[in-house]
Design a binder for this molecule. Structure first.
Ligand code: C5P
Length: 220
């Protein structure tokens, strides 16, 4: 029997690093579905495809030579053999990705790709931890374990501001607050992260550090 763990949560909830560590501890594969939306976004920008042209972006999603590396020790993203792990984390991609994530022609294509990957990785490694925004509800509603990882805006802000230094830090904290609130608003078209769907376990990491968050996920 394969173990499928679905984890959803907002940006800055620590969802990616916590899910990855949990996959490592469980000895199973790890799938970052947000990286797939980012990869399609990066590819469209590279190819000069108009991100507001829904059909063109859907066609790019069908054509993209995307390879997701699902080893939690070294997850990777390749397009046409090129490693793009850094390219998809740039501000340029982060600011454009919601155009792809809200494209109603693209979502079912990536969701099906994700279901196939989850099946494949689970079969190969005995299980998988898949994380994103709609894994517990749409991609893998039948997962053995379904978790919504949340953290208050203040907690997510605290974590980010720890990474900021110098005289601009105070200014940057305000900018980051705006960014978090805006990203939440962008994402709210996908789902409401304040509420867990039926059968989904809510894990609030606001008052937990990284290790405690991983343990909380493993407990479930
Ligand atoms: O988690 P990450 O920030 O990498 O996600 C990138 C973008 O993809 C976000 O805008 C997020 O809303 C979107 N996304 C999504 N569905 C998923 C995973 C991510 O719409 N399953």
């Amino acid at each position: 029997k394969h173990l499928v763990v679905a984890v959803d949560g907002p940006s800055g909830s620590g969802k990616s690093s916590v899910s990855r560590a949990a996959a490592k501890a469980l000895g199973v594969g790890y799938l970052d579905t947000g990286a797939m939306y980012r990869a399609v976004t990066w590819w469209c920008l590279e190819e000069g495809i108009d991100l507001t042209d829904q059909e063109a972006v859907a066609q790019a999603t069908r054509d993209i030579p995307l390879e997701m590396g699902t080893d939690p020790a070294s997850p990777s993203v390749h397009v046409g053999g090129r490693e793009i792990e850094d390219d998809i984390r740039t501000t340029r991609v982060s600011e454009a990705v919601s155009k792809v994530a809200t494209n109603t022609l693209v979502r079912p294509l990536l969701q099906q790709l994700q279901r196939d990957l989850i099946d494949q990785v689970a079969t190969e490694t005995g299980g998988v931890v898949a994380e994103g925004r709609d894994i517990t509800t749409v991609v893998a509603p039948d997962a053995d374990v379904r978790i919504l990882l949340t953290a208050s805006v203040e907690a997510r802000l605290r974590r980010r501001s720890k990474e900021l230094h110098g005289h601009a830090a105070e200014h940057a904290v305000e900018a980051t607050r705006d960014q978090i609130v805006r990203r939440d608003a962008d994402d709210s078209t996908v789902s409401d992260f304040m509420e867990a769907a039926e059968g989904v376990t809510l894990v609030d990491t606001s008052d937990l550090d990284f290790e405690q968050s991983v343990d909380a996920l493993l407990d479930v």
